[in-house]
Unconditional design. Sequence first.
Length: 281
Amino acid sequence: LPFCARYRAPKMANSPTPPQTVNLPLRPLAIAATPLSHPSTRSDPIGEPANTVLHAYYSVLFATLGPQHWWPGRSRFEIIVGAILTQNTSWKNVERAVANLRAAKLLTPAAIRAVSSRALAKHLRPSGYFRQKTRTLKIFAAFLFARHSGSLRRLFATPTYILRDQLLALRGIGPETADSILLYAGKHPVFVVDAYARRILERHSLLSAKAAGDSRQSYEHIRSLFESQLPRDHQLLNEFHALIVHTGKLHCRKSNPLCSSCPLQCFLPLAPGRQALVAAS
């Protein structure tokens, strides 16, 4: 059988109770009215078994690819900086800009607030769109000191829904950047939606054409879809996003996708392995 047809999450495999049947829909999934609110109590990144198609996707990807160790950064503020700088550029370019900031001792909120925009822009040049990113970093630093006394601890102690609205109100910070800051720097249980997640859902017929139309609505639709089907565990949501990026880069590419070698290939609509998973479960 294909891997995802014979895979069992460790807790399911060791349980004396037979696993429940997993019903995999072949049409766009409905979104729950409200996301799950209970946090996971497990210490391992698999999380509690859940009878949803997206949790099955996560289990297969984690078992196949293993932990991804995201997000790279030596401090929470460096992670925030990386989340802002990665807009419209490659991570290699972000690393160059971050290295410049580290050499100049500018990887603290106070240093970003104090440095001139002209000097900051010089260090950010490798990341592209450096003038806009300079403005965004300065805006974020000003916000941090004005609203949270310059403290990241106080910032991330803010309830998720309030902090997300605050971040989205800052010029230069959109939903993906805000959620990256919340998840990776703040350990808030939110899902980060990117082009890879959208592409996988569309190709697996899990996203309706209507939902894919408007970019902003599409983002919130997909975020709600993931958060309604998964435990509200920041470790799991962190790992799942990283696994999706890995899969999107290596398999579910924009052109010439490598479906035959993809861990998720048997979840494709009408794939034999997709039916086998239902039967074997």
